[in-house]
Write a protein that binds this ligand. Sequence first.
Ligand code: ZN
Length: 287
Amino acid sequence: MLISTKEMLKKAQEETRAVAAFNTYSLETVQAAISSAEKEEQPVIIALGERYFPTVDVEGFAAMVKAMAHKAAIPVALHLDHAYEKDSIIRAIKNGFTSVMYDGSKYPLKENIKRTKEIVDIAHMEGVSVEAEIGSMAKGAYSDEEEGDGTLTDPLLANEFVKATNIDFLAAAIGTVHGMYQGEPNIDLERLQQIHELVNIPLVLHGGSGTPDEKIVETINHGICKINVNTEISVAAVTFLKSAFDDEFKDDPMPHLSNINRVMQQKMEKAMQRFVRLFSNEKQAVC
Ligand SMILES: [Zn+2]
């Protein structure tokens, strides 16, 4: 069933585990995400980024996710990822998204606070929770996200930001990147711990793709309750597509698209299931 993202992450916070937030943009990505979470008996967040609004029918997408969530064996939340425009936030709220991320991280702190607070006031009136970010994520390989300057989150400013805006979840920049790493990841756990000590709302890690498993577990043990994954799932699907005609479908001169979609979904589901299991932090099934 579809549940409030806030409720989902509060429970995760109490149990020191994280919920996977998969970037989705098609029937297959949503099916793979829900199915992977069902297999692991863990909740899941279906995330749609504002950047996909021009190509994804938002109303149709939301209706589809809500219908699938209704019959899912696990709790599902529907989240708007990285929104820069107020209109996108309002559109998501109107369509039953359970949380939205407003990304004002490119603005100076004062302006970010003002803009974020306005979104929080609108969203909270409708019972929708809000994620926001200070600091800025750098961009790695194969990413489909905006480039940030890589400024890490200042723990004191994070605390000030949370208090001034009344947001529900904080995305902290601690050295992960959007996309795959081009070198050794340098994740600042000490900084995360300082933020965790000052800020008691659930913390969000962007850039889950390609981060070593042991680092992921450490971030969860330091307060991360939601981890966004996008690139690595796309890489799993595209790696399959690149070799499909020499491999799985080599004996078929014109494989049907439905068959290609089916196998592609299996590849994504397998990659997603690995993340869901890792993020559960070896806890018992929670659903
Ligand atoms: Zn992100």
